[in-house]
Each structure stands twice: as structure tokens, then as C-alpha cells.
Write a protein of this length. Sequence first.
Length: 90
Amino acid sequence: MAVFMIERNFAESLNPSAADLKAIGDINALVGVKWLHSFLSADKRKTYCLYEAESGNDIREAARRAGLPADIVIELAGQLRPEGLVALTA
């Protein structure tokens, strides 16, 4: 599976409940994507999420089903760390 970063822009401040997060996880499982981690902006109107998926289309489909934006979907090849480049995919 490849690793993707998704930028999501929300019209209002984001405050998901535990039930909302579980529903997103359930939809992701149905589509075959795995939510790894998210960062929330200080104004709570933008998130940057890391996912594993076969394709960007799978991520867009999971977002559509969950009623979430997926404004930018980028496939990642590695991450830069102080000690050097680390590959994310084989």
C-alpha cells in the first residue's frame, strides 16, 4: 500500500465526536483505506491526514462516503528526518 497526505478544508470549526471518528473508521475499512494520523490547525478548520491506500481514488471514495472534503490528495514517497530520507513504500 502507498502512503498519502490529504488536506481537508472545513467551512466551520471541526469538533468530531467519538462516534464521528468511529463512523469514519468503519467507512475507511469498507473502502480499504487505513487512517494513520491527522493534524488539526489551530483554528480547527483544516486537517492534514496520513493514510495508507492502494490509490488516491480509494481515499477520495472513502471521503465521499463519509461526507468529508479531500481537497488535496498527494502520494508520498518518503519522509525527511534530521538523520536522512526514509522511504515509505517499497
